[in-house]
Design a protein around this ligand. Structure first.
Ligand SMILES: [Zn+2]
Length: 109
């Protein structure tokens, strides 16, 4: 991908508490939230980017958690997010010849 990178040129600087700022591995946004923390010992966190909705656990491989190592073909920029089509809808269940899907719906209702 050769589009312009709209992310900041400078690396992540220290945050307000001296912690390095967390940036999204996929789109390099700094709008990252901690979704949850490991219940025992806090050994991992699940984080999610509020710009591109990429989510990752901190113990995943570096290629999933580190912007510099995230596969280039899967990276997003502000421009590519803006021009992205809407999320595809989940299609309705296919009807099987034996009507299994229809029967399952009737049983649930
Ligand atoms: Zn992102």
């Amino acid at each position: 991908m050769t589009g312009p990178d709209t992310g900041p040129d400078t690396g992540p600087g220290p945050g307000p508490e001296g912690e390095p700022a967390v940036i999204c591995p996929r789109c390099r946004s700094e709008h990252v939230e901690t979704v949850t923390v490991a219940p025992r010992g806090g050994v991992w966190e699940v984080r999610q980017c509020t710009r591109c909705w990429y989510a990752w656990r901190t113990t995943e491989p570096a290629a999933r958690t580190t912007p510099e190592l995230f596969p280039e073909e899967f990276r997003l920029t502000g421009q590519s997010i803006e021009s992205a089509p809407e999320l595809p809808a989940v299609p309705p269940l296919l009807e099987r010849p034996d009507g299994a899907a229809a029967r399952a719906r009737e049983e649930r209702s």
